[in-house]
Unconditional design. Structure first.
Length: 280
C-alpha cells in the first residue's frame, strides 16, 4: 500500500507542477457532489485522479457526501464541549509544546486576526494525547486529500512546530451572529481547503453559511449542497467565507464545522496565513 501511495504522490505532484505554470483559480466555477466510497475508488485509477485535479484547478468545488457518520460528528462536538468546559478561553502561538486550547473570538478578539471572524474555536494538535480518539478517523480521510494535493499521504502528521509545518484540527461553531469574512487561504503547504460540515441549515440554524465567489463576482450558496458529515474541498485560492448565522431571537443555534489545516508554525519567520478579500 505504501508503494501505491508513493506512486500516486509522484503522479499528482507532477500534475500540479504542470498546472502551476498558470495562475491558481480565484473563483468557483462549479459545485460537484460525490459520495465518499466513489471518492475513495478514484485512487485506484490514475486517469480519474488527473481528471479530479484538473477540475479543481478550474475552480470546481467538491462536496464529498457522507465522509463521516453522524456518530463521529457527535464525537467531535463532545471533544469541543469537553475541552471548552475544562479550560478557560485563551491563546497559544504554534510553538513547541503548544497544548490543545480554545478561544472565543468576538468582535474585539477578531481585530487581532488577518480576517474578521465571530466564532468559538477549539484547536487540537497531533503531538498531544489524542484524548478523544478523533485523529485516526480524520487522518484516514485527510490522507486521500493530501495525495490528491500532491503531498505524501502522511506528510506533516508527525511534525511538531520546530519542523516548520504542522497539522492542526480546528473544531468550531458560529453562534447566531457569527460569520467569517471573505478570504483566500495559503496554498504553499496545502493546495486545497478541507472542510468537514457538522450542521445542517434549516435544522441547526435558519440562515447563513458557506459561500464562494464566482467569476461574475456573485455569491455561490455552497451551504445548500451540504449535509452533516460531508467533506468539502476546493483550491485554497478561491474566495470563500461564511455568511452571518441567523435564527429565531434568543436562540442558542450554532453552525458547527471542522477545518483541517497544514499550517506554518510560529517557529518560522514570515509564516503565511489566510488573507481577507476586500470589495473592489
Amino acid at each position: 500500500m505504501i508503494d501505491k501511495n508513493n506512486e500516486i504522490n509522484k503522479f499528482t505532484k507532477k500534475i500540479w507542477s504542470s498546472l502551476e505554470k498558470q495562475p491558481y483559480p480565484t473563483t468557483s466555477s462549479k459545485i460537484r457532489t460525490i459520495d465518499y466510497n466513489s471518492f475513495k475508488n478514484i485512487f485506484l485509477d490514475l486517469k480519474k485522479i488527473e481528471e479530479i485535479i484538473n477540475c479543481l484547478f478550474k475552480g470546481e468545488i467538491f462536496i464529498i457526501k457522507k465522509a463521516f457518520d453522524l456518530e463521529f460528528i457527535e464525537k467531535l462536538k463532545f471533544a469541543f464541549n469537553d475541552l471548552t468546559k475544562k479550560n478557560e478561553s485563551t491563546f497559544y502561538k504554534l510553538k513547541e509544546g503548544c497544548p490543545n486550547f480554545h478561544r472565543i473570538i468576538d468582535e474585539k478578539a477578531s481585530s487581532n486576526y488577518s480576517i474578521k471572524a465571530i466564532k468559538h474555536s477549539a484547536y487540537f494538535f497531533p503531538w498531544n494525547e489524542d484524548e478523544y480518539k478523533i485523529f485516526e478517523e480524520i487522518n484516514e480521510r485527510w490522507r486521500f486529500v493530501k495525495l490528491l494535493g500532491g503531498r505524501k499521504f502522511d506528510e506533516f502528521e508527525k511534525n511538531t512546530p520546530k519542523d516548520g509545518v504542522i497539522d492542526r484540527l480546528q473544531i468550531l461553531n458560529y453562534p447566531v451572529g457569527g460569520e467569517l469574512e471573505l478570504h483566500s487561504d495559503p496554498f504553499h503547504n496545502q493546495r486545497m481547503f478541507i472542510s468537514i460540515y457538522m450542521s445542517k441549515r434549516g435544522k441547526d440554524y435558519k440562515e447563513g453559511g458557506f459561500y464562494a465567489m464566482d467569476e461574475n463576482n456573485q455569491e455561490v450558496d455552497i451551504e445548500s449542497f451540504i449535509d452533516e458529515g460531508d467533506l468539502g474541498i476546493g483550491c485554497a485560492t478561491i474566495g470563500h467565507g461564511v455568511k452571518k448565522i441567523t435564527d429565531v431571537e434568543g436562540s442558542n443555534a450554532k453552525r458547527w464545522f471542522l477545518g483541517l489545516y497544514s499550517n506554518d508554525s510560529d517557529e518560522i519567520k514570515h509564516r503565511k496565513t489566510s488573507m481577507a478579500i476586500k470589495d473592489n
